[in-house]
Design a binder for this molecule. Structure first.
Ligand SMILES: N[C@@H](CCC(=O)N[C@@H](CS)C(=O)NCC(=O)O)C(=O)O
Length: 213
């Protein structure tokens, strides 16, 4: 990654996917990126060369190709340090990574994937209903934890009192609830108010348009 020159930034995304998160982060950082569609479920062969794991998001900064959510968000943040997307203090950065890991592991790779990508968990389709049910229970535990944390924090943000990439993760988890057919407004009122506020940010509006969320 060349220092001191404006890099070319590309983001491979799929509508409705977790690529929403770096899309928001790029918007917050004021970085114009080329968006490249890599439709989940119909990814082109060429995409395999970009990311052999065949997953979005993928970010390229000039010729440096970066995969995995936490790494991508760290890269976006490093392009615009003044945006403080990883928090304003060391402790805030620690808390942001705490959210990012929880998002990528428990919430995304375990709970949500159990419902939408059940085939990753078993070779036996007869067990799909039980796996999906467990995934739905786990995501509701995740929502309940987020509700409690937001209620306790007394701020409008996941960490500290300004926007970080952790907020983009929490917004996405909330938006996925409609695809999961989970009622949010009455069960998670603090989370709902929080997301409604975040939804007013230009970065979130723009990413929702492209990601059809
Ligand atoms: N560990 C990866 C996971 C990314 C991931 O699972 N992305 C999903 C979209 S939300 C995907 O590309 N799925 C493609 C598939 O399942 O075929 C990360 O954190 O970036």
């Amino acid at each position: 990654m060349a220092e001191n020159t404006t890099p070319t930034v590309r983001l491979w995304y799929s509508p409705g996917a977790c690529s929403f998160v770096p899309h928001v982060a790029l918007g917050e950082a004021g970085i114009k990126a080329d968006l490249i569609l890599a439709q989940v479920g119909a990814m082109a062969e060429e995409f395999q060369a970009v990311n052999p794991k065949r997953r979005v998001p993928v970010l390229a900064i000039d010729d440096e190709v970066i995969t995995e959510m936490a790494a991508i968000l760290t890269a976006v943040s490093s392009l615009a340090p003044e945006s403080k997307l990883l928090g304003r203090t060391t402790l805030e950065t620690i808390r942001v990574y705490e959210w990012l890991n929880y998002f990528s592991t428990t919430a995304h790779a375990q709970a949500v994937a159990s419902v939408f990508r059940t085939e990753r968990f078993t070779n036996d389709p007869s067990t799909y209903p039980a796996i999906r049910q467990k995934g739905r229970e786990t995501i509701q535990e995740v929502y309940a934890l987020i509700e409690e944390k937001l209620k306790a924090s007394g701020t409008q943000f996941a960490v500290g009192d300004s926007f970080t990439v952790a907020d983009a993760c929490l917004v996405l988890l909330y938006l996925w609830a409609s695809r999961l057919n989970i009622e949010m407004e009455y069960t998670y009122p603090f989370y709902t108010v929080y997301v409604n506020r975040q939804a007013e940010r230009e970065s979130v509006k723009e990413a929702r348009k492209i990601h059809t969320l």
